[in-house]
Design a binder for this molecule. Structure first.
Ligand code: SAH
Length: 236
């Protein structure tokens, strides 16, 4: 499964983070990496931290400016550890992932990540349609760059898997209402006969049991098994 969302890293200072980001992308099926003015790239440290995800590094596009990296992109999110004073729409990775997938079907979609020391400038964020913020401890909100890439890439993969999943095909239909009623009547008779349920003081027992069974969405054949068990317990 290939996820066509572009990851843009702006002004990365530690080449190791570039390699770790490439690895994070590769594990989740993302391939498009753009590097805007990296301090050092290519670099043996990046290659080492990529741990075999070299193809993402080799295909990485190195650009001088963010505008160059975003050329052709139609939907852009800026990943930010800080929520700015300036009101800008903010999404969690979980909210952003289906949007990014949907937009990338129509044109290119990208997520921009900032510098380790100072994040993205307001000028860079102004090029983004919305901010992407990974909810964190408010006292310490800054993730390592590659780890932020991992969280976003993981949510993209989950969203893509969900889109791919075939509609739930039930092997067996849910039990019909009347079958369930017959089961509950049978259960009640059995519990009374066993002396467990006192009809003079039922204490909502049947209601509680109904809630328990209904939560499991019993299927036709499962209700048949339960009825079979009750019949087998009946005194001969
Ligand atoms: N000290 C910087 C944080 C830099 S962390 C600052 O205060 O902005 C490097 C990059 O990782 C950030 O620019 C951002 O793109 C990403 N990142 C880190 N933590 C994040 C979070 N909680 N939500 C979204 N992106 C985050």
């Amino acid at each position: 499964m290939r996820i066509p969302v572009r990851v843009v890293l702006v002004g990365t200072t530690h080449p190791g983070n570039i390699g770790a980001a490439a690895r994070a992308m590769r594990t989740m099926g993302l391939e498009r990496l753009s590097l805007v003015a990296p301090l050092e790239f290519p670099s043996p440290q990046a290659t080492a931290r990529a741990a075999g995800a070299d193809q993402v590094l080799e295909a990485a596009q190195v650009c001088a400016t963010l505008d160059e990296a975003l050329a052709g992109c139609r939907f852009v999110l800026g990943a930010s550890a800080r929520l700015r004073a300036l009101q800008w729409p903010v999404m969690t990775p979980r909210e952003a992932a289906p949007r990014l997938l949907a937009e990338s079907a129509a044109g290119e979609a990208a997520v921009v990540f900032g510098r380790e020391s100072s994040g993205l400038t307001n000028d860079e964020l102004a090029r983004c349609h919305a901010l992407l913020h990974i909810p964190t401890n408010p006292d310490y909100s800054s993730l390592n760059l590659a780890m932020a890439v991992q969280v976003v890439a993981y949510e993209l993969r989950l969203a893509a898997l969900e889109e791919d999943a075939p509609e739930q095909d039930r092997s067996d239909p849910l039990a019909a209402a009347e079958e369930l009623e017959r089961f509950y009547e049978h259960l009640e008779r059995t519990l009374v006969a066993a002396g467990f349920l006192n009809p003079a003081n039922p204490r909502h027992l049947m209601l509680r049991l109904r809630r328990l069974f209904n939560r499991a969405l019993p299927e036709e054949n499962e209700v048949r098994i339960l009825r079979g068990i009750l019949s087998a317990l009946e005194p001969r």
